[in-house]
Structures are given as structure tokens and as C-alpha cells.
Design a protein around this ligand. Sequence first.
Ligand SMILES: Nc1ncnc2c1ncn2[C@@H]1O[C@H](COP(=O)(O)OP(=O)(O)OP(=O)(O)O)[C@@H](O)[C@H]1O
Length: 269
Amino acid sequence: MSAETAVLEVERVSLRFGGVRALTEVSFAVQRGEIFSIIGPNGAGKTSMVNCISGRYRPTEGRILFEGRDVTPLRPNRRAALGIGRTFQNLALFGHMTVLDNIMVGRHHLLRAGFVRGMAYWFGGAQREELAHRREVEEIIDFLEIQHVRKAIAGTLSYGLRKRVELARAVALKPSLILLDEPMAGMNLEEKEDMARFIIDLNQEWGMTVLMIEHDMGVVMDISHRVMVLDFGRKIAEGLPEQVMAHPQVRSAYLGEADAAVSPAEIDG
Ligand SMILES: Nc1ncnc2c1ncn2[C@@H]1O[C@H](COP(=O)(O)OP(=O)(O)OP(=O)(O)O)[C@@H](O)[C@H]1O
């Protein structure tokens, strides 16, 4: 695959918090249309990397290119406007708002703002725009099968449903790259299967490139096109899922933690 098709290029990114080296010279590229997973033991630097890509953290060294453009100096909202969407490891929904309103918030930056919007309102433009937004939001609600809770207060929903609403909100931004931080965390088997199906559909039908952090190795092996492994903030492997899992350094770095989640057949296979 050539660099021309890379949606995301991470070049020698390092991140330090005082004396803690969260990331050390990590480089990788995500190609358009991929489902790319980052795995690694707790504290390996996975969330730090996603935060560097979304703009929440500024790398101490290195740079990040999105669709060929250096986005390293840009703030998170600018990166979101360019097409980088994300969900969070810990849910970040507005618990007191309805599902519908939570998802509408995801589209806010797409609405024209300020004076122009105010003027347009008087001529009916903003109303039309709002209606178009509502239609698109309804499409996302249908896709993620949350019609039955669209008017419910988000904070009252089960954890699995809230994760799905959070995904809907990120999708509402129509990102070309979506960053998913542990989308399966805390879910039962059925919820995980649903979420895996949604991620595959987002990728195949909606054309989104997916970068995912996930601890569930079964899911990672099943749906990722490529996998990168971090350990103590350094990249130790990258490649096809089965190649990565067969890598000796990955096995020694990862198995101590993951042996409960990975069956011996997957490890040896
Ligand atoms: N805001 C912060 N301030 C100080 N240290 C931090 C901060 N964020 C992360 N770290 C440190 O950076 C290192 C990498 O953490 P990070 O959360 O990126 O790992 P992770 O691979 O996502 O872990 P987990 O799987 O547990 O979520 C850890 O040593 C962590 O303590």
C-alpha cells in the first residue's frame, strides 16, 4: 500500500508527562478503508496515541498528518471539522439529554453559525438545514438500531445502549476517520457482536476508516485488517492480525495480561 492512500500518518511521535514516557518514537500509517487496531497491555500508551491523533494531547515530538495535511498544531475541534471523529473509553454523553439531542450535538459544527445563520433563518434556510440534519440523524439512528430509545434520556439507558448512542454521536459528524477507544468495554457477548457488526458496516457501507483500541482479542482478530502492538510506549509489532499474534515479542509482552481473553488455539494458531 502506498503513502498516497494513507488517511493517517503518525511520524515518530513521542509523548512525555514529566518523567513518564507514554509514547516513544511511534510511527505508523492507516490506509483509507482499513480497520486498524492498536493493542497492548495496560499503560502501553494506546489511549495516549488516540489522544495525540484527536488533538487532546500535543505530542512532545513528532507529527501527525491527516489526509496529507499536518494537523499536529490543530486543536481537537479543528481536527473534528476536518473529519476525525472519536468515541471515548469512558462514556462522554450528556446524561440529562435525550438520545436524539445527544446525537444532534455531534452535528453542531456542521451547522452554519452566527450572523449568517441568523439571517438565513429569516429566509427559511436554517430551518431547511435543520430539517436536513434531522433526516441524517434519523438515518444514523436507524442504522444503529436505537429507534426505540430516541426520545429516552441518555443517562437512563443500559451501558451497552449508551455506548451505541456515543458511537451514533461520533458518526453524526460524518468523519472519514473514526477513532474508537475500547468500543466493546463492559459489554456482554450479544452487545459485542452487535457492535462488531456496526463497526464492519461503518467501514464497508459508510466508507469510514476505523482506528480502534480494543482489549477483546477475539474481536480484534475477527474484524481488524491490520494490528499494531504497543508496549511501554513503543511499537513492538505491526501487521496482519495472525502475523502479529504469532510474533514472539508480542506473545511475551501481551500474554501475561491477555491469556484470560485469548484461547490457546488463537495464540498458537
Ligand atoms: N494525563 C496523564 N498524566 C500523566 N500520565 C499519564 C497521563 N495519561 C497517561 N499517562 C501515563 O502514560 C502511560 C500510558 O497510558 P495510556 O492511558 O495511554 O495507556 P493505555 O495503553 O491506553 O492503557 P489502558 O489499556 O489501561 O487504557 C501510563 O504510564 C499512564 O500512567
